[in-house]
Design a protein around this ligand. Structure first.
Ligand code: NAP
Length: 501
């Protein structure tokens, strides 16, 4: 039988989460690890999303690792190419290339109790690992709704995260489906080029102006020469968001003030009262992700743009048909319809100690211990797991907190001797989720009167962290061994924790 490569840790994914985990492993002195990546380069969602206008709406000095500052960010809100280049640079700077296994798609990973390791079947063969760090991200698998007639549409169809750069949109009649963070960047970027743009808006988003600008040469020079200035800049950006989040989590009524700013943003560009009304949301701002753009509404006011205030119901030949019956002939359909977040496909590919998949374990909703580990899945950890998302700040802060937890998890595991495995106690998972869901009750995401991808099919918010990033950092600083069972290699049965003390 062919001998498999065995590693101490297998990281899955090479976006911010996976690369961050890899850096952390090296810092913990662990070099026996691989990063499995299904694509042919690193970057995760910042590699896949290359649509026109793609940029991050969190300022770059905050949307980057604290341990890898970049004094040369060109803009307040950097574009996709700069963020992707940052991740490539990070890969080189921290010596991660030798660990990368590109074009290795994970097809299945199974916990083998007798061996106390994970058997990972990839598109390039099997690898075994003591520990799996799943960093596949919530925004990795595009979601295209099932629309009758789409298969026989004679024109071009693609998703925002799979942009076809070989297709020339100039002079074409284009339908854009969706008005989320992706679509509102695409619309102003392509509107000047296309003959006609028909935007299908199922639910209007709240959009605030985007105060973007180039970061001056003087600022960059200062950040290079006096790194403390970049640290201070980051600290300020973080602190503002830390204060703001209280309104989202505890006092949604205060957000009414922000709605006025957003309404003024609409009124500035949209003079037609009927269109203005259709673009004005009827739910509390913040319930869905607040979007930032100063070019979206002006683009909608252009004569070559139509807004259909309904979802896409059907494709009839080369016509797109809205739920309101409106029918428009188009050459191309672009889906800005988001991702499989609460039903992430990777969960189908993880088989735990009891022989069930993570998707089965999560059939009533995703849940984990401290956003990281799942009951029944020994030595398995996820980065950006359940309830670690943010509505108003930088995900990188949450990822870094999870990396601290990962570091302590591996140290704890190491201290338990070879062959040991850690699996969270179901009671600890329940207690954690109970606390999270209790806090969720009064947040704007649950009370704001909207549906969003933050909620799963049962209406439970399993994606957002209902607190400050400081609170999450505190909660994930160290592993509390009382929350775990230690599984010895041979029997697979939980050992009495008391015996370990
Ligand atoms: P999204 O936020 O999930 O938005 C999907 C859009 O498609 C929504 O407007 C949704 O309408 C609509 N939709 C879904 N199914 C539809 C259907 N059958 N017919 C018509 N419309 C339909 O997806 P996204 O825009 O790709 O953004 C996902 C996340 O990526 C963001 O929330 C953000 O976290 C991240 N992102 C960030 C940036 C940034 O930093 N600027 C940019 C892009 C993405 P409903 O609202 O009615 O459901």
């Amino acid at each position: 039988m062919a001998k498999h490569e065995h590693v101490r840790v297998a990281v899955i994914g090479s976006g911010f989460g996976g690369l961050g985990a890899a850096v952390r492993l090296r810092r913990e002195g662990i070099t026996d690890f691989v990063v499995l990546e299904r694509a042919d380069s690193v970057g995760g969602t910042w590699r896949d999303n290359s649509y026109p206008g793609c940029a991050c709406d969190v300022p770059s000095h905050l949307y980057s690792f604290s341990f890898a500052p970049n004094p040369d960010w060109p803009r307040v809100f950097s574009g996709q190419s700069h963020i992707r280049a940052y991740l490539e640079h990070l890969t080189d700077t921290f010596g991660l290339r030798p660990h990368l296994r590109l074009n290795h798609e994970v097809l299945l990973m199974r916990w083998i109790t007798e061996a106390a390791h994970w058997e990972i079947e990839t598109s390039r063969g099997i690898i075994t690992a003591d520990v799996v760090v799943s960093a596949t991200g919530p925004l990795s698998d595009p979601k295209v709704p099932e629309v009758s007639g789409l298969d026989s549409f004679p024109g071009k169809v693609f998703h925002s995260a799979r942009w076809d750069h070989g297709y020339d949109l100039r002079g074409k009649r284009v339908a854009v489906i969706g008005t989320g963070a992706s679509a509102i960047q695409i619309v102003p970027a392509i509107q000047p080029d296309v003959a006609r743009l028909t935007l299908f808006q199922r639910t209007p988003p709240w959009v605030l102006p985007r105060a973007d600008r180039a970061i001056s040469g003087a600022e960059r020079w200062l950040h290079r020469k006096v790194p403390a200035t970049a640290v201070a800049r980051r600290g300020l950006l973080w602190g503002i968001r830390e204060l703001q989040v209280q309104a989202f989590t505890k006092r949604p009524d205060e957000l009414g003030l922000v709605e006025r700013v957003a309404k003024a943003n609409i009124a500035r560009a949209i003079k037609d009262p009927a269109l203005r009304a259709r673009l004005t949301p009827s739910y509390r701002i913040g319930c869905k992700r607040i979007l930032l753009s100063s070019t979206y509404y002006p683009a909608l006011a252009r004569p070559n743009v139509d807004v259909v205030s309904s979802g896409l119901a059907e494709v009839r030949g080369s016509a797109v048909v809205g739920a309101d019956g409106a029918q428009t002939e188009v050459d191309a359909i672009i889906f800005g319809t988001g991702f499989h977040v609460t039903d992430m496909p990777i969960a189908e590919r993880v088989v735990g100690a009891d022989g069930i998949t993570l998707a089965e374990a999560w059939k009533d909703g995703m849940e984990s211990l401290r956003g990281a580990t799942a009951a029944g899945f020994p030595n398995w950890m996820t980065v950006i797991g359940p309830n670690t998302g943010l509505g108003n700040s930088s995900m990188i802060l949450m990822i870094e907190a999870q990396l601290s937890y990962l570091g302590d998890y591996l140290r704890t595991l190491g201290s338990l001797g070879p062959g040991a495995a850690l699996t969270p106690r179901p009671a600890a998972v329940d207690a954690w989720n109970h606390r999270v869901q209790e806090r969720m009750k009064r947040t704007v995401w649950n009370t704001g009167g909207c549906t969003s991808w933050y909620l799963d099919d049962n209406g439970r918010n399993t994606t957002i962290w209902p607190g400050t990033t400081t609170e999450f950092r505190r909660a994930t600083r160290a592993v509390d061994l009382r929350e775990y069972d230690v599984v010895p290699a041979r029997t697979g049965k939980p050992r009495d924790r008391e015996a370990l003390r």
